[in-house]
Design a binder for this molecule. Structure first.
Ligand code: EPZ
Length: 428
């Protein structure tokens, strides 16, 4: 196994190019199952979860060619694999694999997809996915940990995807990808409005799907008989951008984020301005000017579905809050148990109390480097950012969690002046 070794204290400075969005690329890759034409994808980030999804597509009868900076996803006519079965060995590596369910049912009228497990921050239910597919006429059976889905015909329906914690991003994606090939009209109320879902809907439109309302909470889909290939460029990753904003803020550095969609970051940039982090935007470039973290004002935020503050940046802004002056509070409106970073940050000296779904942060006299362990993707990213700000050396272990969701994170941080190396971890 590998670990990051970070010497804290360097102020980040320079330019960083934001990669393509992991959370847009994964459903977009699943959407290639909806056609046997070639699909060309650009700006797909090179990270573990994408590699896992490509392996899954290969099992489902696709061939992927990397040409220059383009991914070409083709039908593998010679493939002898069962084209509608997503087995546990892959799904267990990445619960987002569930997003092949809708396309498989749409294309083959049947699918067997292993039930995704939970993750470090609690159960990851899929009841909304299944409710939506059932409304379209899909018969769902659970057998030995697998979802067995079948449908004689897919018929448009009115579906409400509101769950206890708001809508479901991948639930909306799954149901929409089944509805595009259903007969008649489907209306999805309380659909996800995330930029990644908009990106998927717009790509489906380019493939010939008839979808209205992308980005609103009501999607109206008129089913078509067939979809064709397309050439699509994935949007930039707003969560990676937010990660670098937090890194520049806590190190008191000054960076320029390039290829950034600032319209996807409004809630995040508003919080930055409220805290006192310098933010200026011009034509897709965000300049972040940090200061001594103890000069930042304490803040209160709640994570909510888009366009509010994203849950995926909660752990990163927990680090900012831990270093800010006064009291800060962060309430998790999406995953109430998403706190695996907190005990590790406390070991570095952060003053954090978690009460139910809220973390209360007191003042601390800076952080001290320590040996810490990542338990999930964004918790691991938060520990890296904390290490950049800490006095002395921080070792972040189990970095395979971080590699799942960031393209070349150590390399990009080193290019900004961070002292971070990747070393083998004999202890784990
Ligand atoms: C997507 O996960 C993202 N992953 C997550 O990012 C992100 O945290 C999440 O959306 C919320 O924004 C990808 O896009 C690959 P949800 P998803 O269904 O779609 C509950 C990262 O770090 N729910 O929108 O699986 C659920 O428990 C990852 O990049 C149900 O109750 O999340 C949660 O509380 C982590 N029933 C809330 O809804 C369901 O059927 C939102 O979940 C589905 C979800």
């Amino acid at each position: 196994m590998k670990k990051y070794v970070i010497q804290g204290g360097a102020k980040l400075h320079g330019d960083v190019v934001v990669s393509g969005s992991k959370n847009a690329a994964l459903p977009i890759l699943a959407a290639t199952l909806l056609t046997d034409d070639d699909v060309i994808l650009r700006n797909v980030p090179r990270l573990k979860d994408v590699t896992t999804m490509l392996a899954l597509l290969a099992k489902l009868g696709k061939k992927v060619i990397l040409e220059d900076e383009r991914l070409i996803v083709q039908e593998d006519v010679g493939s002898r694999s069962v084209r509608h079965e997503a087995t546990y060995d892959i799904v267990k590596q990445m619960r987002a694999s569930i997003v092949v369910l809708g396309p498989l049912v749409a294309r083959y009228r049947q699918a067997i997809v292993s039930l995704p497990g939970g993750c470090a921050f609690g159960p990851r239910p899929i009841d909304l996915h299944l409710k939506g597919l059932a409304a379209l006429g899909v018969k769902i059976e659970m057998k030995h940990g697998d979802i067995h889905a079948s449908a004689r015909n897919l018929k448009g329906a009115s579906i409400d995807l509101m769950g206890e914690f708001g809508s479901s991003v991948l639930g909306t994606d799954n149901v929409a990808m089944a509805a595009v090939l259903a007969s008649g009209e489907t209306v999805i109320e309380n659909a996800a409005r995330e930029p990644e879902t908009i990106d998927l809907m717009e790509m489906l439109g380019k493939m010939g799907a008839k979808i209205e309302g992308a980005g609103t909470s009501t999607l109206r889909i008129h089913g078509v008989k067939k979809l064709h290939g397309c050439d699509w460029t994935v949007i930039p990753d707003r969560i990676e951008a937010g990660t670098f904003i937090a890194a520049a803020a806590v190190t008191g550095g000054r960076i320029r984020l390039k290829a950034c969609r600032t319209d996807h970051l409004e809630a995040v940039l508003d919080v930055c301005r409220e805290i006192g982090i310098g933010i200026s935007e011009k034509a897709g470039v965000v300049t972040v000017t940090g200061k001594k973290p103890s000069a930042y004002k304490g803040f209160n935020l709640t994570t909510m579905p888009y366009p509010k503050f994203p849950t995926d940046l909660q752990s990163l802004f927990t680090v900012v809050g831990a270093l800010s002056k006064g009291i800060s509070s962060l309430r998790e409106g999406i995953y109430p148990n998403r706190w695996s970073h907190v005990p590790e940050l406390a070991r570095m000296g952060a003053q954090i109390q978690v009460e139910n779904e809220t973390a209360i942060l007191g003042e601390c006299k800076g952080l001290d480097g320590a040996s810490v362990q990542a338990s999930d993707l964004r918790a691991g990213a938060a520990l890296v950012v904390a290490g950049l700000a800490a006095r002395g050396t921080t070792e972040v272990r189990r970095i395979y969690h971080v590699d799942r969701g960031y393209e070349e994170l150590p390399e990009k941080l080193r290019a900004l002046g961070a002292h971070i190396t990747v070393e083998s971890d004999t202890l784990v």
